[in-house]
Write a protein that binds this ligand. Structure first.
Ligand code: FES
Length: 580
């Protein structure tokens, strides 16, 4: 049986604060009235928290206060009571050591922000990479009606007649400078051309991927993901989202009704079709954990295996998010997946309708941007999960961004013990390396760095680049920016800092990668592997105190989503105790 809306009217949780005449009710209500709210707003209508990740230090979300006003307009129109609430905002481009270290922190803050306050429904106003999964995870753990609206991507970047993508061309230009093909002055001139409007990275990087994941999961209104940040229709989307959340509260349509196993399987397939970021793997696994869905890395491989990458966007392809929007956006992709039998059509969305109802009429206005399967960029585009003695719990690679000729390869390992070792030696002409080698980087997993930074797409040695070589196999326990590309094996688990086999790779070892057969092996005997593992002497990375200590002690491996062990699952929205 499908979703059955609850009866309305009924008493909402906000009435615990506002609905009565006791001293406590007057305390809660009266203080809010200091902002000029009339008494009848406390009559039991849905109180909507607009959880806003706006911050001037999160530039991708710098326009979200303007969007919040449109959400509020929609909430008012539908008879709700909107209240804008700032929440923790981790910017991808400023947070150190990496924004990923703060995803769980933000999720925890959002969960408690909702539970501790008179919020009946939440609008998650997000954009930059980590802001989307962290707010979705926090809201999922409270399971109050919630809906996502993203800030939208930047306009296309253009530099000297070339379409330049945020992130993707940063990597490309920096390699070109190293190879002596571009001057530093030109690089600086290009910088402002890449990021020429408000919004998130305009490639199919992690922000666009996670916006697409939210839509594919049914947690955002149809068409949300691709509308550019500065397009008037982005503001319309915000207003419609504000209207919709009020009805969701009345119906009691919760994240757990929407984010079912079917929805997660749809999201995995969409990730393959759009050539989405490998970061989605850790975020989607963690999010599934919050709603009690037992999703695994193997599900990623199984569901994504036959999905062709049909969205021709950088870093896998040619275009940028603006063209994706003009071509019809994610609804077209979902329709094509549905027609190919690769979509659970009955999955419910925040609209109250099924995903198929939302997308079955979507039209493709540019078949070079959103390809038909017979013109796919990569026939098997889903994230591939590799296993073997080098990554017993799995590692991931994005075939659509990799070089086909390197998908099966045996090469000599050139090992960097950690990121400092890499930085110290990679540009040294004396480094014994050529393009047939495999670059190995250790100690960059969730616990090792800490936080699992996006360094897995480590730049190539200049002496290789100068030969015109653009790609080599790289293996690490790190992540990679969604805007990056290359034959890059990531998230090797268990990570080196937990004593995973990556920690015992030595310079000169041979490594074999076989993506079609999903294997990744260090070519040594089992006996030798065990001897090296037992002799392993890892440094003690335990911080003495503070958040980094909490992170170290509780972060789980990348193979299960790198959530904190004590945050997995839903804890509902009951108020633990009312102190007033
Ligand atoms: Fe914020 Fe790319 S750095 S979306």
């Amino acid at each position: 049986m499908g979703f059955v809306p609850k009866e309305w009217p009924r008493k909402l949780r906000s009435q615990e604060w506002y609905g009565g005449t006791s001293r406590d009710h007057i305390y809660h209500r009266g203080w809010l009235k200091n902002q000029g709210y009339p008494h009848d707003l406390f009559d039991g209508r849905p109180v909507i928290g607009i959880l806003n990740t706006w911050s001037e230090l999160t530039p991708c979300n710098g326009h979200l206060r303007e969007l919040a006003e449109k959400v509020k307009a929609g909430v008012w129109e539908a008879g709700g009571f909107p209240l804008e609430v700032p929440v923790f905002s981790a910017s991808e481009n400023t947070y150190r050591p990496t924004a990923m270290m703060y995803r769980n922190f933000a999720a925890m803050a959002v969960e408690e922000t909702i539970r501790a306050q008179p919020i009946d429904g939440a609008v998650l106003l997000v954009g930059c990479d980590k802001t989307t999964p962290s707010l979705m995870m926090g809201a999922a753990s409270t399971d109050i009606p919630s809906i996502v609206v993203t800030g939208g991507p930047m306009l296309n970047g253009w530099f000297r007649g070339e379409r330049v993508g945020a992130g993707t061309h940063l990597w490309r230009f920096s390699e070109a400078v190293k190879a002596g093909e571009m001057s530093q002055e030109d690089f600086i001139e290009a910088e402002a051309a890449v990021t020429r409007s408000t919004g998130t990275c305009n490639t199919m990087g992690t922000a666009s991927t996670m916006a697409s994941m939210a839509e594919a999961l049914g947690m955002a209104l149809s068409g949300n993901a691709a509308i550019p940040a500065v397009d008037a229709r982005r503001r319309v989307m915000a207003q419609l989202t504000g209207r919709r959340i009020v009805q969701m509260v009345k119906d009691d349509l919760k994240p757990s009704d929407v984010m079912t196993r079917q929805a997660f399987e749809n999201a995995i397939r969409v990730n393959g079709a759009i050539g989405g970021s490998t970061n989605a793997v850790v975020h989607i696994l963690a999010l599934a954990g919050r709603v009690g869905i037992d999703l695994t890395l193997d599900d990623w491989d199984r569901m994504g295996r036959d999905v062709p990458t049909i969205v021709n966007l950088q870093p896998s392809g040619e275009y940028l998010m603006e063209e994706f929007f003009y071509a019809g956006g994610l609804p077209v992709v979902l329709r094509q997946l549905g027609e190919a039998g690769m979509l659970h059509k009955d999955a419910l969305t925040v609209s109250g309708d099924t995903i198929w109802d939302e997308v079955k009429g979507a039209e493709n206005w540019n078949e070079d941007v959103i390809r038909k399967p017979d013109r796919a960029l990569t026939r098997n585009g889903g994230i591939a999960v590799l296993k073997g003695n080098l990554a017993p719990d799995g590692a991931v690679i994005k075939p659509s961004a990799a070089s086909p000729q390197l998908m099966t390869h045996t090469g000599r390992a050139v090992v960097f013990e950690d990121i400092d070792d890499y930085k110290a030696r990679i540009n040294d002409d004396a480094l014994d390396v050529d393009e047939t080698c495999v670059l190995v980087l250790k100690m960059c997993g969730p616990r090792g760095y800490p936080g699992m930074p996006e360094v897995g797409n480590m730049g190539l040695p200049p002496k290789v680049l100068q030969k015109g070589i653009k790609d080599m196999i790289r293996i690490s326990d790190a992540r990679m920016s969604g805007t990056a590309y290359g034959t890059v094996v990531l998230h090797a688990s268990p990570e080196a800092a937990r004593g995973g086999p990556l920690a015992v790779v030595r310079n000169g070892d041979m490594i074999t990668i076989d993506v079609p057969n999903r294997s990744l092996s260090l070519d040594i005997t089992e006996h030798e592997m065990q001897a090296r593992l037992s002799a392993l002497d890892l440094p003690d990375l335990t911080p003495p105190s503070g958040y980094s200590r909490l992170f170290h002690d509780h972060v789980q491996g990348a193979d299960t989503g790198a959530d904190f062990d004590f945050l997995v699952g839903s804890r509902g929205n009951e108020i633990p105790r009312d102190s007033h």
